[in-house]
Design a binder for this molecule. Sequence first.
Ligand code: OFO
Length: 165
Amino acid sequence: MKIEQAMQAAINEQIAAELESAYIYLSMSAHFEAENFPGFARWMRLQSQEEVAHAMRLFDYLNERGGRVQLKAIAQPPLEFGAPVSVFEQALGHEQKISSLIDRLYETAKQQHDNPTQVMLQWFIKEQVEEENHVGQVVDQMRLAGDNRAALLFLDGKLGARSGD
Ligand code: OFO
């Protein structure tokens, strides 16, 4: 069954939100490069790539359902994000916002009695739990490190070891 217009529009909004996430994390990566934290920069670059993959998952799904992908304008991300702890706090706040968008999308799918979209979105609901948990753990570690440069460099090395899968 071809996807309804309202559902299609909501998925297109979510594609834009995921690409906006990618753009924000890429800017955070650039910020860390400029601040000489190559490990944090790599972590954010990989995070950005994950967001593109999320957008593409929705892109492919919409096409599979006979919908029409419509790409939207993406806002320019900030240039500077402050101290490392603040960057990760902003990333956590952003993930919480994305989780509520996914929840809203799921509600729309329920109202539309669109079962395939509900099933597809269950992957995203699980993914958001993981994302919030991962970023939340980094925030906790950053808060423990505080202004201690040695502790921050240790964390930089640790986060830089993140694998690219
Ligand atoms: Fe796409 O999970 Fe983050 O935003």
